[in-house]
Design a protein around this ligand. Structure first.
Ligand code: SF4
Length: 279
């Protein structure tokens, strides 16, 4: 779920150590002021009322400058995703049956060390709204004085609704025009994933618009990874027009990359790129 151009999920202590060193250097530059906001009072979230200790965490990047544009963040990768996108470069963390490899206490310990140094935490995946403890985790991050960002494809509209009260920024992936969604996500019926995604996007835009002017804003960036094995330039233009029509103001196109994808996809992408180059 992390943006192409960002590193994929960083797992394990060695990576954390090297990122810590880079983080320390950035601290000396001192260009990222801390932000402290208290979250709203706890409410009964039903499905989402679960301890962050139950999160299945697939990886933790201690410092990222690209997972939330303009912010210096730690990124928490949550295990599992219900979709199987053609170009997914996080194949290793898609299976929801795979247990996490890091405890939540690793995240809280990192935040305790980085107070005043990081702007916030981004929850990515996989599909982070799959996990019931996400809302409490977002609330805990805010209570610790950090902003909360979320990467989602909107697979679970109701679960997205449960976490949005504790989120400051959403990077929302829109895969394709609705008629082509399943070609990318490769699960469900003809319109299942498109219906979920566009319902979530409507919910997100409405929630952002309804945030009170004197409270924390909810910023939204809509991103599309352009998969040339499915989408033509005309399809991308269609999608851009649809998104503008429903009120999307910030739509970013990203190039599909071969790294981390399946062998099948790497071959398909290479064939398309070779045809394009031969024209
Ligand atoms: S939504 Fe698609 S790209 Fe994102 S993690 Fe799931 S399979 Fe990968």
């Amino acid at each position: 779920m992390s943006a192409p151009g960002c590193a994929a999920a960083t797992v394990g202590a060695e990576d954390a150590v090297s990122a810590d060193a880079a983080d320390a250097r950035s601290v000396l530059v001192g260009s990222h002021p801390p932000h402290r906001r208290r979250g709203p009072a706890p409410v009964d979230l039903g499905w989402a009322d679960r301890s962050p200790d139950t999160l299945e965490i697939a990886g933790l990047t201690p410092m990222s400058t690209c997972d939330w544009p303009g912010r210096l963040v730690a990124t928490v990768f949550l295990q599992g995703c219900p979709w199987r996108c053609t170009y997914c470069h996080n194949q290793a963390i898609l299976d929801p049956r795979t247990p996490g490899v890091l405890p939540w206490s690793d995240v809280t310990a990192l935040l305790a060390r980085r107070h005043g140094l990081l702007d916030g935490v981004v929850f990515s995946g996989g599909e982070p709204t799959r996990q019931a403890a996400l809302a409490d985790a977002c609330r805990a991050v805010r209570d610790a004085g950090f902003l909360v960002g979320l990467h989602t494809s909107g697979a679970y509209p109701n679960r997205l609704a449960a976490v949005l009260p504790y989120v400051d920024w959403v990077g929302f992936d829109v895969k394709a025009p609705a008629r082509l969604y399943r070609e990318i996500t490769r699960v469900g019926g003809a319109t299942t994933t498109a219906d979920a995604a566009f319902t979530s996007l409507r919910l997100l835009l409405d929630t952002a618009a309804a945030r009170p002017l004197d409270g924390p804003p909810l910023d939204v960036q809509v991103r599309t990874t352009v998969d040339p094995t499915v989408l033509t330039p005309a399809d991308v233009a269609d999608l851009t027009a649809v998104l503008a029509g429903i009120g999307v103001e910030d739509h970013v196109l990203q190039e599909a990359r071969p790294d981390g994808t399946t062998t099948e996809y790497r071959h398909a992408l290479a064939a398309v790129r070779a045809r394009e180059a031969a024209r």
